[in-house]
Design a protein around this ligand. Structure first.
Ligand code: ZN
Ligand code: ZN
Length: 141
């Protein structure tokens, strides 16, 4: 779980103003072991946060490199906190995502890099999504 200090440091490093909403949203995403949809973030936040502010905050965080999108085979967009190295200029955590077919959670496997792929000439990749599905650690117990 990210400490309040880590949350402040992350906002400062990304040159974002510290607002209560930003702190709360980043805290929720940093503390979650799996990616969360906007709706799930909303559910975890207590109080009367308006949805527009929440989605604007998620957009700002994504553009600034604090969080990244986690894509799966459904239409639900989920977000996960980035590792420290990400900036507005690029997401450097090119890691594998893992969807558990039992609990339906999607985990960032930060320690597992996406394997290098050699593309045909004249193809230029702009995004990298690598999703594995199976049974997570918790569900195997
Ligand atoms: Zn699971
Ligand atoms: Zn991830």
């Amino acid at each position: 779980m990210a400490s309040p200090d880590r949350i402040s440091q992350t906002l400062t490093r990304h040159k974002l103003r510290h607002t209560p909403v930003r702190r709360a949203v980043l805290q929720v995403l940093s503390a979650s072991p799996f990616a969360l949809s906007g709706h799930e973030v909303e559910q975890q936040l207590s109080g009367d946060l308006d949805r527009i502010t929440l989605y604007r905050t998620l957009k700002t965080f994504e553009e600034s490199g604090l969080i990244h999108r986690v894509i799966d085979t459904t239409d639900t967009v989920r977000y996960a906190a980035c590792t420290m190295e990400c900036t507005a200029h690029g997401h450097f955590d090119d890691h594998v995502h893992f969807k558990c077919t039992t609990c339906q959670h999607i985990y960032c496997l930060n320690q597992v890099a996406i394997p290098a792929v050699t593309l045909p000439a004249n193809f230029q990749a702009q995004t990298r999504d690598y999703l594995l599905a199976g049974v997570c650690e918790d569900c195997q117990r």
